[in-house]
Design a protein around this ligand. Structure first.
Ligand code: NAD
Length: 675
């Protein structure tokens, strides 16, 4: 195709313009790595569009992207900048294309996301390669599409489908997008060539097809226009409340309502007002902080350059709760994994969990039967450590006891191939002490997964004293392969997350001792603050016996919590025994629903009077939140001071991805500064 193109004399920096055949321009976005539509790039794009509009010989223009991608959308850095008078944004480009007199075609390969897709929607035609993905992910940053996406998409595919796509922020593949009516044609390859053919065809007949001129449909059969208020009201009830993470979702629904009810120009004005409000909102700022914190993760200041080792096969020792989840995680990433487990009943249980998990994916349509079968079969069970010889990484997930771990690592040393990464999933034990049992401590590190390991995104990567740079970067690369958020922690009791958890749980117990019912603490932290679970439900889920075991092992560092001692001595171990801080009933919520228990209230009262704690009648919801978040921040600050955590953003990510801290509050450290 290059022979067709004679590049115009003055190519425009990151936007290249070529004339492909008489009367047709190709405008290529070239801003590696993701063709972000920064202010600067938008100015160039606008100039290219103006030039095409100003040239009477031009009949059509094709937008396309270099670097194997159409565009990843706006530059997130720009959201923090107040556009000044001369600033050009993608909104201006989209508006100019929308007003344009030429025929516009978007030729999409790779991703067309956010502003990228909005540019494509302003065009008359969209053509995509089969590997292309399209989406409007703005909601993930607490925003809504701000370049007419909320007005054009409902007009193109109906309000219901448009809302669903924009509320989830997920991207869809080209063939799905074609089924929904977002793209006109899907091609195997050479999307620019196919766009040229399309231009030739449409110029001869009816070239212009502006979405803005259409009326938005609800997209729900058998409901007349009168149904709009009903559907809109329904949508508002289906997203979280404005205060609790749903701020942008409600604005998005408002914008889509405008698309249904208002003329295009007024809808655009409404969208712009809502977007501008969101971009300055605290939840969006917090979510953008999370976005940037994730991009900092791999920067380890004192780490000499090192090449990560190739990980092709994995092994897990112990097929308990964690080992099984970790094995599934490896299999999901396409890595074959050997699991060493001596107990037949544990193997049986693990097999059932694995089978159930992959069946669930097939039922949900996420995997084909064949693919699920292949992945489930990538997990094999063995008894003998001799089966470890091939593994590039070995993750130990046996009981949380130092002597058991030491025994395993001593045996691992003899069985693992040279260079293999040896990891422990310990929650609290000393990685250096474990590493010292091997002849290769430089290859040992902690890989601390969170339960359920195949679902939770967090992976703490624990750097021991002897851990080599190569071992550490291999751990970080592995996190990426497993699609985890890998946060590096120094080797310290409880690492980052659990150290904060212990302080948080103790504070929750103190509140209870002062007379606040556990159910109220949990309700405030869940419903008002936005945690996925309250602290007492978390304790019951992890197991109070585990908590007591950790307290005992930690000795002075943690002290003792009499209430936990007492509950465990009564056989109240948490969810698994049907009672802990709460009661559980198999008939209610599959035995996972916490039910307040008067016996626990009485016990707390008794312990408080023994300790001469005076119950306080007037602890407010705000005080509950303030006290529980304060201990998180104070412990986080301690971890930063002592070098256990590298950055405040790392601490925030640990609590968002490992402990259900509400992302729209930015994590404990961000919250402390911005609340
Ligand atoms: P678990 O009791 O469910 O499983 C441990 C498994 O290891 C058992 O199946 C046991 O048969 C097997 N095992 C014991 N000794 C072995 C040996 N020498 N060789 C091979 N297999 C052996 O425990 P779990 O909850 O999965 O925890 C495992 C590890 O993960 C612990 O270190 C724990 O602290 C850590 N961890 C647990 C959680 C959690 O929420 N459960 C979260 C993060 C980390």
């Amino acid at each position: 195709m290059s022979s067709l193109i004679d590049t115009l004399p003055e190519p425009l920096g990151a936007v290249r313009v070529a004339s492909a055949q008489p009367g047709v321009r190709i405008i290529t976005i070239d801003n590696p790595p993701v063709n972000a539509l920064s202010f600067a790039l938008s100015a160039e794009l606008l100039a290219a569009v103006e030039a095409a509009e100003g040239d009477a010989s031009v009949r059509a223009a094709i937008f396309t992207g270099a670097n194997g991608i159409f565009s990843g959308g706006a530059d997130v850095n720009d959201f923090a900048t107040e556009p000044s008078d001369g600033t050009v944004t993608i909104r201006d480009v989209v508006a100019r294309v929308g007003r344009g007199t030429k025929t516009y075609v978007a030729a999409i390969d790779g991703n067309a996301l956010g502003g990228g897709l909005e540019l494509a929607l302003a065009c008359d035609y969209r053509i995509a390669t089969a590997r292309a993905k399209l989406g409007l992910p703005e909601i993930k940053l607490g925003l809504i599409p701000g370049a007419a996406g909320t007005q054009r998409l409902p007009r193109l595919i109906g309000a219901q489908d448009a809302l669903q796509l924009m509320l989830t922020g997920e991207s869809i593949k080209a063939d799905d997008a074609q089924k929904k009516g977002i793209v006109d044609e899907v091609v195997a390859d050479d999307v620019s060539g196919a766009a040229l053919t399309l231009v030739e065809r449409v110029l001869a007949s009816e070239p212009k097809r502006r979405i803005a001129e259409r009326t938005a449909r609800l997209g729900i059969a058998n409901l007349g226009l009168l149904a709009t208020p009903f559907v809109v009201a329904q949508a508002h009830t289906m997203v979280p409340s404005e205060e609790n993470g749903g701020f942008a979702a409600h604005k998005l629904i408002d914008a889509v309502q405008a698309a249904i009810e208002l003329p295009f120009a007024r809808g655009i004005a409404r969208e712009a007002r809502l977007f501008d409000e969101l971009v300055r909102s605290a939840p969006s700022e917090a979510l953008r902080h999370v976005f940037f914190a994730e991009r900092e993760l791999t920067k380890i200041p004192d780490l000499p350059p090192a090449q990560a080792r190739e990980i092709r096969t994995a092994a897990v020792i112990g097929a308990g709760t964690m080992g099984t989840g970790i094995a599934i995680t490896f299999a999901q990433a396409g890595l074959p994994v050997v699991v060493i487990e001596p107990s037949d009943s544990a193997v049986e249980k693990a097999r059932a969990t694995i089978f159930g998990m992959f069946k669930h994916h097939v039922d949900k349509g996420r995997l084909t039967q064949q693919e699920a079968w292949k992945r489930a079969n990538a997990i094999t069970f063995e008894e003998d450590f001799a089966a470890l010889g091939d593994a590039d990484v070995i993750v130990e997930a046996v009981f949380e006891a130092m002597d058991v771990k030491k025994d395993v690592f001593a045996k691992l040393d003899g069985a693992a191939k040279p260079g293999a990464v040896l990891a422990s999933n310990t929650s609290t034990l000393d990685i250096d002490e474990i590493a010292a049992t091997t002849a290769r401590p430089e290859q040992v590190l902690g890989l601390h997964f969170f339960a359920p390991a195949n679902i939770m995104k967090l992976l703490e990567i624990v750097r021991g004293k002897a851990t080599s740079p190569q071992t550490l970067v291999t751990g970080m690369k592995l996190a990426k392969t497993l699609r985890k958020i890998g946060v590096v922690s120094a080797n310290a009791f409880g690492f980052i997350g659990n150290r904060m958890l212990f302080a948080y749980e103790r504070q929750a117990i103190e509140l209870a001792e002062e007379g606040v019912a556990p159910a109220r603490v949990d309700a405030v932290m869940k419903e008002r603050f936005g945690f996925a679970m309250g602290p007492f439900a978390v304790a019951d889920l992890s197991g109070l016996d585990v908590y007591r075991h950790i307290e005992r092992a930690a000795g002075e560092q943690l002290g003792r919590t009499p209430i936990v001692e007492r509950l465990v001595s009564q056989g109240r171990l948490g969810q698994k025994s049907g009672a802990g801080f709460f009661r559980y009933d198999k008939a209610i919520g599959k035995g996972r629903e916490p039910i307040p228990d008067p016996e626990v209230a009485a016990l707390i009262g008794q312990l408080a009077s023994e300790a001469k704690t005076v119950p306080s009648a007037d602890i407010s919801d705000d005080e509950i939140i303030a006290r529980l978040t304060r201990v998180l921040t104070e412990t986080g600050a301690d971890l930063l001071r002592t070098g256990v955590a590298l950055r405040a953003g790392d601490v925030d990510l640990v609590w968002i991805y490992g402990y259900g801290f509400p992302p729209h509050r930015g994590g404990p450290m961000w919250y402390a500064e911005h609340a």
